[in-house]
Design a protein around this ligand. Structure first.
Ligand SMILES: [Zn+2]
Ligand SMILES: [Zn+2]
Length: 433
């Protein structure tokens, strides 16, 4: 019946229309609440996105973010992630590393191939394989002018020339009208928010709990951690003891396994389980570490089978195993400001969490022994003596404390030589896919 069909059609279009115009949020909810919720439930990744998008929330339907989003930490990380497949993307010189491509809107779409997906759709083959004479190739109109005049030059000259060429292609590889040609992400796009409690607390808890699932896999591993400068950063077992139990949902605050999991989490790692393997994973550089390689048993079997019994290589370096550009390891990419400048995200988080733990302990101490004299404190409590007694230290107070400690530490450091960390060996020990 034609009329029935017309009605069905009308209904269909009406439904379609309501789908297209559906508000991004539930009706009747105040705008402020929406914004707050979106901040608290999303990861650190969307810090910029959520604040930038807030005014447009009325018509933004929850779908894929726009292709051109240089302000968004979240879309930057999503692009960077596409480069983490080691069979598609090999490490490149810093100037043309995956970070530089991702900052300008590129994603990895094939072996050494990047594309402006969802944008101008240009593709660039990034090959430093000069021995076979392959140069830069831009697919699409205006591309394809591979230069072979550099053939015969010394390898380093060739590499320099190729790097320079790819460096300009990071910008010029986009079509003339592509917005990524005009602008890219700011240099601090990789910065991780680790100071605000509303961000570090849920994030740390998530990582910690995922690692508790791997207790058996990290229990016997030799780990290298950040040096614990007693003035600013407490060892994990001490932090754990003073953190409120509900922060990590930890019932046994003296558990050795729990302290180890917390230590690993404080260095930015989370635990995961993939095809029967226990892994550490980083959500900022997408490094994946197979924990089986660091088990004492694995080392012994390597030694027995005649492999080099380099005992040192079996140590899990929680800092060095992040990729070079990772803000958990690299203070340059973390780009912290003020008193925290020059520190990587691991160092900052250790300080922030230590300060928080000290404050929590002070609070509970005051509740238990209100009239206690400061002279009655135990021998290893000197860390806290000079900290303020305010109920909740402001950011300024924490920074002021840090400053004082830093200058003390500097004086101390000048008395001792500082041991250098061993060189990175992440390429040897990291297992990625
Ligand atoms: Zn483009
Ligand atoms: Zn990392």
């Amino acid at each position: 019946m034609p009329e029935a069909i017309a009605t069905t059609k009308r209904k269909f279009y009406k439904a379609l229309e309501s789908l297209n115009t559906a508000p991004a949020t539930r009706p009747g909810e105040p705008a402020a609440k929406r914004v707050r919720r979106s901040i608290s439930t999303t990861s650190i990744a969307s810090r910029t996105a959520s604040t930038t998008k807030a005014p447009n929330a009325e018509y933004v339907v929850p779908r894929k973010p726009p292709n051109f989003s240089p302000w968004s930490h979240e879309t930057f990380l999503a692009r960077l992630r596409t480069f983490s497949n080691v069979s598609l993307w090999y490490p490149k010189p810093e100037a043309i590393s995956e970070v530089e491509w991702a900052k300008r809107g590129w994603v990895c779409v094939g072996v050494s191939t990047v594309a402006c997906k969802g944008g101008c759709e240009k593709r660039v083959v990034v090959s430093l394989d000069y021995e076979r004479g392959s140069g830069a190739e831009v697919e699409g109109k205006g591309g394809g002018d591979a230069d072979d005049e550099t053939e015969g030059d010394s390898e380093s000259l060739l590499e320099t020339a190729l790097v320079a060429r790819y460096q300009s292609l990071i910008v010029d590889g986009h079509s003339a009208t592509c917005p990524w040609r005009q602008a890219g992400c700011k240099n601090d796009i990789h910065h991780l928010q680790v100071v605000r409690p509303s961000i570090w607390q849920p994030e740390l808890k998530k990582r910690y709990q995922s690692l508790r699932g791997l207790d058996g896999a990290i229990r016997d591993i030799d780990m290298t951690t950040l040096p614990h400068e007693s003035a600013t950063s407490l060892p994990a077992e001490k932090v754990l003891m003073h953190l409120p139990a509900e922060l990590l949902s930890e019932n046994d605050q003296t558990s050795k396994d729990a302290a180890r999991a917390l230590e690993v989490a404080l260095h930015g790692w989370r635990g995961s389980h993939d095809s029967g393997n226990d892994l550490l994973q980083c959500d900022a550089c997408f490094q994946r570490i197979g924990l089986w390689m660091y088990q004492p048993g694995y080392r012994q079997s390597q030694a027995r089978s005649g492999e080099s019994a380099d005992d040192d290589s079996a140590t899990l370096d929680l800092l060095e195993l992040h990729r070079d550009h990772c803000p958990w390891r690299n203070a340059e990419t973390q780009k912290a400001s003020g008193t925290l400048s020059g520190l990587n995200a691991s160092q900052i988080l250790h300080r922030v969490v230590s300060a928080y733990a000290r404050e929590q302990r002070r609070k509970s101490d005051e509740l238990q022994k209100p009239a206690r004299q400061s002279g009655a404190e135990g021998p290893d409590e000197e860390v806290d003596v000079e900290a303020p007694l305010s109920p909740a230290p402001s950011r300024e107070e924490v920074e002021k404390q840090d400053k004082e400690r830093e200058s003390k530490l500097k004086r101390l450091k000048s008395l001792f030589s500082i041991k250098r960390r061993p060189a990175a060996r992440s390429t040897v020990t990291a297992k990625s896919d």
